[in-house]
Design a protein around this ligand. Structure first.
Ligand code: OFO
Length: 165
């Protein structure tokens, strides 16, 4: 059974994951109308993944005797100056999500809720991966600079990344 405190903290994370999905969906749409098909595909996929993260939390909360709540979401930004700005924001956002997960882990330890603690380990591992991926992509972007040919290849790379995994 979840304590009220943990239930609330998990519900806050439901909202964060839902907002992450909206942010990446908005980035996908921006990339799509700017002819960046690879980036769009990558972002649509990220958006689906974030929704899956949200659903996993919803099911866990309910399974543990809580009530997962679907709440109002903050509207994401709709326009970006450059694709570099997009990925800077992805990286910053993933760091923010990792901090939120860490805080949740901390609460689960203080409350001695080891079932929740165990459940959260999947998110800890996922955040390590997502932060690393965002960082690798940013490093690539910094290598490309303003080179148009580089952007073309980068977009194609992301298309492949979204197809392979
Ligand atoms: Fe939900 O994994 Fe990123 O944010």
């Amino acid at each position: 059974m979840l304590s009220k405190n943990i239930e609330k903290a998990l519900n806050d994370q439901v909202r964060i994951e839902a907002e992450s999905s909206q942010i990446y969906l908005s980035m996908a749409s921006w990339a799509e109308i700017h002819g960046l098909a690879g980036i769009a595909k990558f972002m649509y996929l990220q958006s689906d993944e974030e929704r899956a993260h949200m659903l996993k939390l919803v099911r866990f909360i309910n399974e543990r005797g809580g009530h997962a709540k679907v709440s109002e979401l903050k509207a994401p930004k709709t326009t970006y100056e450059t694709f570099k700005e997009v990925f800077n924001e992805v990286y910053k956002h993933e760091v923010f999500v990792s901090e939120a997960i860490n805080e949740l882990v901390h609460i689960s330890i203080t409350e001695k809720d080891y079932a929740t603690h165990n459940f959260l380990q999947w998110y800890v591992a996922e955040q390590i991966e997502e932060e690393a991926q965002a960082k690798t992509i940013l490093d690539k972007i910094n290598l490309i600079g303003d080179d148009k040919g580089g952007l073309y290849l980068f977009d194609r790379d992301l298309e492949q990344l979204s197809t392979n995994g």
